[in-house]
Design a protein around this ligand. Sequence first.
Ligand code: HEC
Length: 208
Amino acid sequence: MEKLPTILLAAGVGCFALAGILSGYLPLAHLGKIKVKTVEELVTEPSYEFQDLAKRYPEQFKKYYGDANVENYRKALKLGRDTYIAEACWHCHSQYVRPVSNEDQRFGKVSYAEEYQNEMFLPHLFGTRRVGPDLIRESGKHGNDWHVAHFYDPTIVVPTSVMPKYSWFFDGDQPNQKGLAMIAYVQWLGSWATPEAIARAEAEGGQK
Ligand code: HEC
């Protein structure tokens, strides 16, 4: 009879060790070998939308970013990502189209592994709650002017919206450093998911 507690103790410790290996050691050992792209490798030219912001808001853009070149675009994207985290946009938005429930019909192409394997997704921003729509295919869904109005006061363009106003993204009625960064960032989300990139992901078995 004394054997039973000993067996249970050994089983408990054994399961604990197994869980540590399976969920801790193995993923680390595996993921550590996959290269994480830097923003420099990932982003090689300024987007159309970033250049368009420079034309629409020349004074604000010059003041906060200077020229619409690729270095300044990378700076804007990083600030946009940091602001997305700081403002807890992830509390209401996901950045992951799941391969279930016909999500691709609502949001766009199902997510594939490669698109998250870079510095911009450390930490990842998959999100869990969806008070608002998924944003990983946001690029180009709306024009810059729509986003300006939307961040200023979402109900201007979507009268029933429960998204908060982000008045601190503006100097008066013009987007400021954060506002320009936030728009550049949401317009970047999914811009990489070209038909060729998706075909490649499908060929590699990364997406159905
Ligand atoms: C309280 C929840 C909430 C928060 C916080 C929130 N949003 Fe939203 N968002 C929504 C809802 C709901 C919608 C859909 C209605 C609308 O378009 O306003 C939306 C819509 C959007 C859209 C338009 C999507 C589309 O394709 O039509 C974008 C872009 C967006 N949000 C970005 C952001 C960013 C960036 C932040 C953080 C600065 C943020 N949201 C914070 C709830 C939220």
